[in-house]
Design a protein around this ligand. Structure first.
Ligand SMILES: [Zn+2]
Length: 362
């Protein structure tokens, strides 16, 4: 059966407590094989990501904490002769794709009888975690940049969670959380570092194949810490290894200019590019050191993928176009449309845009 192990020293994830990194060597935890998805798992329409629970590894053994996440609409449209699909992750219970991972994270917290946890976030993951903790009776404290969108801060502060706003960069929120940890017994339920979210995110790939009847040609998604992008890669790999798709889609990861470490890695000429004086408007992905950087690099060797950075003017044009099409998303989600609009090469179709969060948050 699928197990979780440290990617450095290969020790197994403990059955009690919930370390966010390996206590032995500081390594990152990950699953030790592909997610086991089978044709029967895609057979019925389902009402949440738990339709695919057989692919969840150890988490599949526990009572699910679910608020009906997943099963989001895929809106298809032909534009300039191209087949496009908009995956409306804004339709999740808290308005972002994060709920798919949070459901599994909370399932683990409950199964381990943990009654208090801390988390940090640019906003959406914190709002999702606060909501699911409130629903399932777990107390939590959430560290968020002071500059996060007001709607995200309201989502957290109106729940049962304790909201801590931290001045300055996104990384300051993580540091404030780490400084606050008085002992190893406090659970840091990091959506970026804890492995449990990945099989939940991978369900986006399963749904797309269920909806399209085949693999998409191209999938375009924002990249911050990389959990969304890696989860999608893992999902399509699982489908391919399970012989449920004939070929893997091309994958394009999009970052905001100035916060584009993966773009700089794949396109060294971009390594010194930055947005002068102002921060990227894509607040959800202002990450300089992605938690899943190495794992994405490893997957990029077996998948066709590329990375693109978009500037603030490109983002502002893109969000305006999306809104005028009736697609009401937040700025971070507009990265995918901005990348598509500036793409010079012909992309395999259908081209799927992962629209991560609702415009009501912005
Ligand atoms: Zn280790």
């Amino acid at each position: 059966m699928l197990q979780i192990r440290c990617t450095s020293c290969h020790s197994a994830y403990p059955e009690s407590s919930m370390p966010y990194r390996c206590p032995r060597c500081g390594g990152i935890y990950d699953y030790d094989g592909p997610f086991p998805i089978q044709r029967a798992d895609l057979a019925n329409p389902g009402t949440s990501i738990w339709q695919y629970k057989n692919s969840f590894g150890p988490s599949s053994q526990h009572a699910a904490v679910s608020m009906g996440e997943g099963k989001t609409p895929l809106l298809m449209r032909t534009l300039n002769g191209q087949s496009l699909g908009f995956k409306m992750e804004s339709s999740n219970p808290t308005g972002s794709y994060k709920d798919r991972g949070t459901s599994l994270l909370l399932t683990e917290l409950k199964s381990r009888n943990i009654s208090f946890a801390v988390e940090d976030s640019s906003g959406n993951a914190g709002a999702s975690f606060a909501t699911y903790c409130s629903w399932s009776g777990i107390d939590c404290k959430i560290f968020v940049p002071e500059s996060a969108s007001g709607a995200k801060l309201a989502q957290i502060s109106r729940s049962n969670a304790e909201l801590i706003t931290v001045p300055g960069a996104r990384a300051n929120a993580t540091q404030a959380l780490l400084n606050s940890l008085q002992s190893d017994s406090v659970v840091y339920a990091s959506h970026a570092y804890q492995p449990f979210s990945l099989p939940g995110i991978a369900t986006i790939a399963y749904e797309l194949v269920q909806e399209l009847g085949a693999a998409p040609g191209t999938v375009i998604a924002p990249v911050g810490h990389g959990g969304l992008f890696l989860g999608l890669m893992r999902g399509f790999t699982a489908l391919y290894e399970g012989k449920l798709i004939q070929q893997m889609p091309a994958m394009i990861g999009v970052q905001g200019l100035g916060f584009h470490p993966l773009v700089a890695h794949f396109h060294p000429e971009m390594s010194t590019a930055c947005e002068p004086a102002i921060e990227s408007l894509a607040e959800g992905v202002r990450i300089q050191e992605p938690a899943r950087f190495e794992q994405i690099l490893a997957m990029s060797k077996i998948m066709n993928c590329d990375f693109v950075a978009c500037s603030n003017p490109e983002l502002e044009n893109a969000i305006s176009e999306l809104w005028k099409m009736g697609i009401y998303v937040e700025m971070t989600s507009a990265l995918v449309w901005a990348a598509f609009r500036k793409s010079l090469k012909k992309l395999p179709e259908p081209i799927i845009f992962i629209l991560t969060g609702s415009g009501l948050k912005y």
